[in-house]
Design a protein around this ligand. Structure first.
Ligand code: MF3
Ligand code: CO
Length: 253
């Protein structure tokens, strides 16, 4: 199966889904606070996406029971919101996907609640930088390995490790399309990137071991050594220049 190129109409639908995702994540970011249960974030996401006229792409996906993923501290991705209470100093990843007009947007941000250590801030900043580096490397005529290598190089330069057991992915009518986008690799390798390819780029970085384990709920993915993890994600479309971010409230490029 080849990587699907989207036409302008499809990309416009993905911009719409992407704007909804950005808006919901913005509201979640503004509301996450110490003392709240993670389930409250799910309620907010459900309300917001409904008000925007979209729907969560996560809910019901392979039986996933919530609208959003909330992954705290050593949890990397796929945390199910529930009774857990967020504490001062927690590192909270918020991951949300929406469908609008049959097309998907998928994005994630990590936030620090209250005060946290320098290494926690460093991890968050390095993860966000790694996403920026990956997006900057995604251009028509380049290779997918350029994106992977840019993420890995940025992460390791800052002294953190990339998770290898989960990857970014192509996205479109389905949340997960070809190709898989590893957060490590070699420049100049892999499929050629073409204008109109839509990618969900999502670096996951840890302070320690990059190996992972899956929790008893069969969803939450944590670091095997209990070290902190952070996660940022954007859905982008490849152009001749730096990729256009679709999961943004406002388009800058
Ligand atoms: N954004 C994630 C991904 O890209 C989360 C999807 S898992 C779900 O795979 F089950 F919650 F949908
Ligand atoms: Co994703």
């Amino acid at each position: 199966m080849a990587i699907r190129i989207k036409n302008e109409r499809e990309i416009e639908a993905m911009r719409m889904a992407g704007r909804m995702v950005a808006r919901v994540l913005e509201v979640l970011k503004n509301n996450v606070s110490a003392g709240m249960r993670t389930a409250e974030l799910d309620d907010i996401a459900a309300r917001e996406i409904r008000a925007l006229g979209g729907r969560s792409s996560f809910k019901g996906y392979r039986g996933y029971p919530a609208n959003v993923c909330v992954s705290v501290n050593d949890e990397i991705v796929h945390g199910i919101p529930g009774e857990r209470v967020i504490k001062n100093g927690d590192l909270v990843s918020l991951d949300f996907g929406a469908i609008a007009d049959g097309f998907q947007g998928d994005a994630a941000v990590t936030v620090i609640v209250g005060e946290a250590s320098l290494v926690t801030h460093g991890l968050l900043n390095a993860t966000r930088e790694s996403l920026v580096a990956g997006i900057a490397a995604a251009r028509a005529g380049g290779r997918l390995g350029d994106v992977s290598a840019a993420i890995q190089s940025c992460a390791e330069t800052w002294g953190y490790n990339v998770v290898r057991e989960y990857t970014g992915h192509g996205i479109g009518r389905a949340m997960h399309e070809e190709p898989l986008i590893p957060n490590f690799g070699e420049p100049g390798t892999g499929p050629e990137l073409k204008k109109g390819m839509t990618l969900a780029i999502e670096p996951m970085l840890t302070c320690g071991d990059w190996h992972t384990k899956v929790g008893r709920d069969n969803w939450v993915v944590s670091t095997i050594d209990g070290s902190l993890a952070a996660h940022f994600e954007h859905t982008v479309v490849v152009t001749e220049d730096t990729a256009e971010i679709l999961t943004k409230a406002k388009q800058y490029n």
